[in-house]
Write a protein that binds this ligand. Structure first.
Ligand SMILES: Cc1cc2nc3c(=O)[nH]c(=O)nc-3n(C[C@H](O)[C@H](O)[C@H](O)COP(=O)(O)OP(=O)(O)OC[C@H]3O[C@@H](n4cnc5c(N)ncnc54)[C@H](O)[C@@H]3O)c2cc1C
Length: 372
């Protein structure tokens, strides 16, 4: 006999768990089923930024969603800590994107200007090397400058994931590991899911399986044009605090280690391994920016696969053919975790409509295929 829930979320990563926790707040009985340790899991290998600068330069809706998520993060982190007993270690001191060359700085400044043109509340400064050194006394003196934006920050991504899972369960949610979904049968009033550990039934279904969404979406009349983009990262031994702000490539974690990343390698396909040449290049740039890293020991390096749409924007949509089935995929699941819980989950539950979700449908122009 199938186990019945109001809602089943497929995928126990940052996206699925943030939405699932939000759905429990709407009073629904929710289960999350997850494939397990052998699956590709971006949520366990990412860089941990809550990053606003540059996001949505060409999409006001995405800029708005990102800004609202960053704004929601402090209260969201506080609630997660209260419900789970785990501190996601949010720090939002503002972020800096240091540039070694003037042309690099000019290109980034142009991107920020584009973003601000349609989202005036987005704040940023273009700083010269002297101004940057006032914030980062240890940065190389000969950089061109940096972009600074006050809403940027970072979390401990693994603690965030565990906090979400614990908070979800504390609210009565049922977490089902080793439940890989292999088939979905849409019925009149319910969806029946075949999993590796028995059948599940629900009225509302959320596909949040990361790269696993691609084969599942067509089963409920949806499309998930997501592909992997590998990132390689590495982490040093714990060091005394010297990086007071996160940057897109180097940040000091709440535990003192310095995380260095991240490459962008679409050609790697589904290979989530590491390459010495790529790691060495990242280490060289990190040392070039912060020379004191020359003495630091690297303790671990890994690769992880981003969940990427062709235009880089998230995908949120309800199936027209099978209402009640939703899809959620994005490549900034840390940044958007607060929005997934506070904005996307109520939209899925049908209790609130933020008014901009149609911008994230798979029918948007950039995601059309010649056959559409
Ligand atoms: C290198 C790197 C750096 C990143 N840095 C940042 C950053 O700094 N800031 C930021 O905001 N974002 C960052 N991201 C992106 C962020 O990690 C992802 O957006 C987020 O983790 C995606 O979460 P997800 O839940 O969609 O996918 P995943 O974490 O991949 O989770 C999907 C889950 O679905 C499960 N699953 C798959 N198929 C099935 C199935 N058939 N049945 C049941 N379960 C299934 C898997 O077990 C898995 O647990 C980064 C990503 C990478 C790779």
């Amino acid at each position: 006999m199938a186990r019945c829930f109001d809602s089943v979320v497929v995928g126990g990563g940052l996206v699925g768990l943030a939405i699932a926790r939000g759905l429990t707040r709407e009073g629904l009985r929710v289960a999350v089923c997850d494939e397990g340790d052998r699956a590709l899991r971006a949520s366990r290998g990412n860089f941990g930024l809550v990053w606003v600068q540059g996001k949505g330069a060409d999409s006001p809706a995405y800029a708005r969603l990102t800004a609202r998520s960053a704004q929601c993060w402090p209260a969201f982190a506080e609630r997660l800590r209260g419900e789970s007993g785990i501190d996601p270690a949010l720090a939002q001191p503002g972020g800096f994107d240091p540039c070694l060359r003037p042309d690099e700085l000019d290109a980034k400044a142009a991107l920020m200007a584009r973003l601000q043109a349609h989202t005036p509340e987005f704040r940023y400064d273009v700083l010269d090397a002297r101004a940057v050194r006032r914030h980062f006394p240890d940065i190389a003196p000969d950089i061109a400058g940096a972009i600074h934006s006050p809403r940027d920050g970072h979390v401990n991504p693994l603690k965030t994931l565990y906090a979400l899972c614990a908070a979800f369960q504390a609210r009565g949610g049922v977490y089902l590991p080793r439940h890989r979904v292999t088939d979905i049968a849409p019925g009149n009033a319910a969806f029946t899911l075949t999993t590796a550990a028995g059948a599940l039934e629900c009225a509302r279904l959320v596909l949040a399986a990361g790269l696993g969404n691609a084969p599942l979406a067509p089963l409920v009349g949806l499309r998930a044009p997501v592909t992997p983009v590998r990132g390689q990262l590495m982490i040093t031994e714990r060091l005394p605090p010297f990086l007071p702000y996160p940057t897109p490539m180097i940040r000091q974690t709440d535990e003192g280690a310095v995380q260095i990343g991240e490459s962008r390698e679409p050609a790697a396909g589904f290979d989530d391994g590491t390459l010495p040449g790529v790691l060495a290049g990242m280490a060289r740039r990190a040392i070039r920016l912060f020379p004191r890293l020359r003495q630091a020991r690297i303790v671990r390096a890994w690769g992880a696969l981003r969940v990427m749409t062709p235009d880089g924007l998230p995908l949120y949509e309800e199936s027209r053919r099978h209402p009640g089935a939703f899809i959620a995929s994005c490549h900034s699941g840390v940044t958007l975790a607060a929005a997934h819980c506070e904005i996307v989950a109520p939209w899925i539950a049908g209790t609130a409509d933020p008014g901009f979700m149609e911008n994230f449908h798979a029918q948007r122009r950039a995601l059309q295929t010649p056959a559409d």
